[in-house]
Ligand binder design. Structure first.
Ligand code: MG
Length: 271
């Protein structure tokens, strides 16, 4: 069959149009469900990047092995010994059976006393029955100096973005390992915190740093905070007093706590 020349010209135009449209079509493909944040941390990773490798699993040490070190040492400030919430400014959470539990929407729990550098010991347990997924499962957190969050999350068979895992310096440093116990079991945190130092003019002289041991496994090793904990943003510093309360987060999940104490530690001189 002979095709008239005019028809061939039309066919060529259509092919040209199709090749021009192809890149537009691929550019219009649906975006990933959780696009990476445009905020980039100083280590080069986008904040809450879902593509960042998640921490490897680690076996928690047996609870019996950790029990002796859970007894508060001389000089410790007891924040909860199983009886009441008198060490806290707003004791709105439920105390029962030697534990207390987040009461959703009752707000965060904040200590009466302020602390700077310290060793904080606390034990917590993610709720049963299991509910939700990702950041919506057994989420709480401990904010050192009311500002610097170490994440509490039920990461047992529950992946999320790496810098939001249990033991993360939230939004900044993923934990070195995932050493969480299953929900309903008790996890032990020992947190060794260096408060940041600011000049009289409010300029940062030394960043805050933290070592975190979860169930006997080191999950942060002297990690430096980029700034105050935040969400979907790069953290920055804002000068604050040398001591501030501890805060436990009400993230809407009934996380339980027990045996909380703090040993204040000397501030290091600026380098
Ligand atoms: Mg949290």
């Amino acid at each position: 069959m002979r095709i008239p020349l005019s028809h061939l010209a039309t066919l060529a135009s259509l092919l040209a149009l199709a090749s021009w449209l192809a890149p537009i079509a691929s550019a219009a493909e649906p975006a990933p469900a959780t696009p990476p944040s445009p905020a980039i941390n100083p280590d080069g990773w986008p904040v809450h990047d879902p593509a960042r490798p998640v921490p490897p699993l680690a076996t928690p040490r047996p609870a019996e092995a950790l029990a002796p070190a859970s007894i508060p040492p001389t000089g410790a400030v007891i924040l909860f010994d199983g009886t009441d919430l008198s060490a806290w400014q707003n004791p709105a959470w439920l105390v029962r059976d030697g534990t207390f539990e987040v009461t959703p929407k009752a707000g965060n729990l904040i200590t009466r006393q302020s602390f700077g550098s310290c060793h904080l010991h606390l034990e917590w347990s993610a709720p049963l029955p299991v509910k939700g997924s990702g950041q919506g499962r057994g989420n709480s957190g401990v904010f050192l100096m009311d500002r610097y969050e170490i994440q509490i999350l039920d990461n047992h068979d529950n992946p999320t973005y790496a810098d939001g895992y249990v033991g993360a310096v939230y939004g900044q440093h993923p934990p070195l390992a995932n050493a969480v116990r299953p929900p309903g079991e008790w996890n032990t945190y020992d947190i060794f915190f260096h408060a940041p130092l600011f000049s009289a003019e409010g300029k940062l002289r030394e960043p805050a740093a933290v070592t975190v041991v979860l169930n006997g496994v080191v999950v942060q090793n002297n990690a430096e905070f980029y700034g105050l904990s935040t969400w979907k943003k790069v953290a920055v510093y804002s000068a604050h007093p040398p001591a501030a309360p501890l805060r436990l987060q009400d993230h809407g999940d009934r996380v339980r706590f027990r045996n909380i104490w703090v040993v204040p530690t000397p501030e290091l001189p600026a380098k």
